[in-house]
Design a protein around this ligand. Structure first.
Ligand SMILES: C[S@@+](CC[C@H](N)C(=O)[O-])C[C@H]1O[C@@H](n2cnc3c(N)ncnc32)[C@H](O)[C@@H]1O
Ligand code: SF4
Ligand code: SF4
Length: 371
């Protein structure tokens, strides 16, 4: 087992041990509805990214954040987990085991095991605005509204009651680094809660300026996720419309230098990950993408496009999907395949019985030869 595979395995084992030591059922509990809130550009309030933006627990046009946080929908969700009678998340727990995600479970010690929460969420995903400079073919976030979050419906309450207790902030809607609300949030939270850990997902399609770096010096990073989707100029421009790969390559390099500067100055690493969303146009690039990241000592985050179906590999015929999987298995060793697990799994699951059995046996042989 390679070092990073081993550390993921160990992290998951540690999460299982943490569950057991707290008497939690590894197949019947997830902390997410006890810790997280997601604010969308149209006022929708969600809880879990795995459930998608359609799965909401309220809207700030109708209720306050406090009301939604202890509203009927989220209370029912928590009750299922407290009673180990999972219905809402049964398929996610069975097939994805997302309730055991080590990253999420870093907050396990802070969970209040109660249907009604006496405190506000400790993790905020702040998708304030849809504004973006790109028009990616698989994304409709840039069409979402801007300017929903005002002093009246969010900032004045959040500054006083929400920001001081936050352990983590996640930002990914539209292009966060091109939105004034992002800089306002960084400024306000860092002044009252400097220990909060930030994860920001960005297209890196701009120049990283000194002014930006000075602002980012105020916060501690959990991860900086840079979305690339292709290492080929033409494919990048096709997927990430209005974009050009050259700009992103330069900005990634600038972020790597900035990360070095931060660490020399005693600030947190950026823990950069590069997100590649696998779809019809870029499925041939998985191996190159992983190599690209290894060369720069950054983590690849290989994800799978399910929707819109026109760009998803699942939209292809059985024969075409089988051809793609055979091509991956012929081209990659087991360690590389394991890094692309989020892509391989849905593709294998989509096969009919005989094809699936053949592919699983090929994967098993690769695994044996890797030992
Ligand atoms: C909506 S973007 C916002 C942040 C930033 N604009 C960016 O592109 O990184 C957040 C992440 O969602 C991913 N994404 C976009 N459309 C998607 C889709 N249809 N399925 C899965 N992920 C998607 C992007 O690749 C990106 O990594
Ligand atoms: S089990 Fe999975 S889908 Fe359900 S809340 Fe937890 S992380 Fe989200
Ligand atoms: S850069 Fe991000 S938000 Fe903008 S269109 Fe692309 S995926 Fe969507």
């Amino acid at each position: 087992m390679k070092k990073d595979q081993l550390s993921t395995f160990l992290e998951t084992q540690n999460t299982i041990k943490d569950f057991e030591s707290k008497g939690l059922d590894t197949q019947g509990f997830c902390l997410v509805p006890f810790t997280n809130i997601i604010l969308e550009p149209n006022g929708d309030v969600g809880v879990c990214r795995q459930k998608g933006t359609e799965f909401t627990v309220g809207n700030l046009r109708e209720n306050t954040l406090e009301e939604v946080w202890n509203g009927e929908t989220i209370r029912k969700w928590r009750r299922e987990f407290l009673d180990n009678k999972v219905s809402n998340c049964s398929s996610e727990i069975k097939y994805k085991k997302c309730n055991l995600c080590p990253q999420n479970n870093q907050l396990l010690d802070y969970v209040e095991y109660s249907e009604v929460q006496s405190n506000l969420p400790i993790k905020l995903t702040a998708n304030f605005n849809g504004f973006c400079n790109l028009r990616c073919q698989m994304c409709d976030v840039w069409e979402m509204p801007n300017g929903f979050y005002t002093e009246e419906n969010f900032w004045s309450f959040a500054r006083k009651d929400l920001f001081p207790g936050l352990h983590e902030i996640d930002m990914l809607s539209g292009e966060p680094f091109l939105q004034n609300d992002t800089w306002k949030l960084i400024d306000e939270v860092s002044s009252i809660n400097p220990d909060c850990k930030w994860t920001i997902t960005t297209n890196a399609h701009y120049q990283l300026s000194e002014k930006m770096k000075n602002e980012l010096n105020k916060i501690s990073f959990k991860n900086l996720i840079i979305s690339m989707d292709s290492l080929d100029d033409e494919t990048y421009a096709k997927i990430r419309k209005r974009g050009q790969l050259k700009t992103v390559r330069e900005t990634l390099n600038d972020f790597l230098s900035y990360q070095k500067e931060r660490m020399e100055n005693g600030l947190s690493s950026l823990s950069i990950k590069v997100n590649f969303l696998i779809q019809k146009d870029n499925w041939r690039e998985i191996k190159n993408m992983i190599q690209f990241c290894e060369d720069r000592e950054i983590s690849p985050f290989i994800t799978f496009c399910h929707i819109p179906s026109e760009h998803s590999l699942l939209d292809l015929s059985d024969d075409e999907r089988m051809r793609i999987i055979r091509s991956w298995l012929g081209d990659m060793d087991y360690q590389t395949l394991a890094k692309a697990g989020r892509v391989i799994r849905p593709m294998v699951d989509s096969l009919s019985g005989i094809d699936r059995a053949e592919v699983l046996s090929l994967i098993q042989s690769l695994k044996m030869s890797a030992v």
